[in-house]
Design a protein around this ligand. Structure first.
Ligand code: KG4
Ligand code: ZN
Length: 333
């Protein structure tokens, strides 16, 4: 029997819908929100309103692109959390109403769980057990993945997420939002000649707030001596910031690989687009004999395909939820 699932993702600022049949992605449609750019970050209230406007056309487009009718759907899946509560509310309410109207089951999905299973949207897939480094604007963690529905967070950030570290330091360097891709671009033209400290954090956890402070004081001092310091050294500053963020991430994943004796290493999330991180993971992988997995961008950033893939495995186990389900801003794994 074919299992066909419509999945909805609305945890942050992208509205996405996907159709997944037997774990294979038939369509994956995305509407991004430009309204936040001028505010230098996601404005939760504006995000929920934009989801409300996008959700019907995005679901419609996903069904059409997949060539699937509503009558052919076996279940509706949605991101229950973690995320912005107003944003989650839009996707959750839509999913509940749609499932009720069609008389089919409802499946709730944990957003981070889904980021990991996004690797199964690709042809070349990691095998169990593997380690997955999730790095985005909202998350930074290392997941030990034993099976589709059996995974554990073994390390995470104590303060900012990696994407936030890029965006906040980029702001100090006078770059627009989101600064991550801009730092990446400038870094390619620069040399990492400024040495920002790597924090001494125990075990497999991360911290990026010290880096932010170090850069703030460093810039303040340099600008007192030379008002043109920033514009004359922007490329090298970006290269130095990027190198430090990447080294923090790569050292921890190497430590985890060694501790758990796992050589299957995957990365996911928006920061996985960073050319410095991609190069470093491949380089370290060659040194340690890892197999490395980096999904296509559309499966790295928030997307509903990953929600649908996760829901497929929950469907097989009969893990459904009732109409009384509510979204959760924070949700332990
Ligand atoms: O996964 P994502 O699209 O959205 C969520 O946060 O869920 O990640 C967005 C983050 C932003 O912080 C952005 O600056 C960062 O990913 N990012 C990058 C690059 N492309 C996106 N950071 C560094 N280098 C990049 N090339
Ligand atoms: Zn995400």
């Amino acid at each position: 029997m074919a299992i066909t699932i419509l999945a909805i993702e609305s945890s942050c600022d992208d509205t996405s819908a996907a159709v997944v049949r037997n774990g294979l992605v038939l369509s994956n449609i995305m509407a991004s929100q430009e309204v936040h750019r001028k505010y230098g970050g996601v404005v939760p209230e504006l995000a929920s309103r934009a989801h409300q406007m996008h959700i019907v056309p995005v679901v419609d487009a996903a069904l059409r692109a997949a060539g699937v009718s509503k009558a052919q759907l076996d279940a509706i899946a949605f991101t229950r959390g973690p995320g912005l509560i107003g944003s989650l509310m839009v996707g959750t309410s839509f999913a509940k109403a749609f499932a009720l109207g069609l008389g089919i089951p409802l499946i709730d999905v944990h957003h981070l769980h889904a980021h990991v299973l996004a690797h199964f949207a690709e042809e070349v897939q990691p095998s169990f057990p593997f380690l997955c480094l999730i790095v985005s604007g909202g998350h930074t963690q290392i997941m030990l993945v034993r099976d589709y529905l059996d995974m554990e967070i073994i390390g995470q950030t104590l303060d900012d997420a990696a994407g936030e570290a890029f965006d906040k330091t980029g702001k100090m360097l006078g770059l627009g939002y989101p600064a991550g891709p801009l730092i990446d671009r400038h870094a390619r033209e620069g040399t990492p000649r400024f040495n920002f400290p790597e924090p001494a954090i125990a075990d497999l956890d991360f911290s990026f707030s010290g880096l932010k402070t170090a850069i703030l004081y460093f810039l303040r001092k340099q600008l007192q001596q030379d008002a043109t310091f920033l514009e004359n050294n922007l490329n090298d500053l970006c290269a130095s910031v990027q190198e430090r963020i990447v080294s923090i991430l790569v050292h921890k994943i190497a430590l985890a690989a060694d501790r758990y004796q796992i050589k299957q290493i995957a990365i996911a999330g928006g920061v996985a687009a960073n050319s410095g991180l991609r190069d470093a993971i491949v380089r370290e992988g060659a040194r340690h004999g890892w197999s490395t997995f980096i999904p296509r961008m559309e499966y790295c950033t928030d997307n509903a395909a990953m929600i649908g893939i996760t829901a497929h495995y929950k469907f097989l186990r009969g893990e459904f939820v009732g109409q009384d389900v509510a979204p959760v801003a924070r949700w332990a794994m």
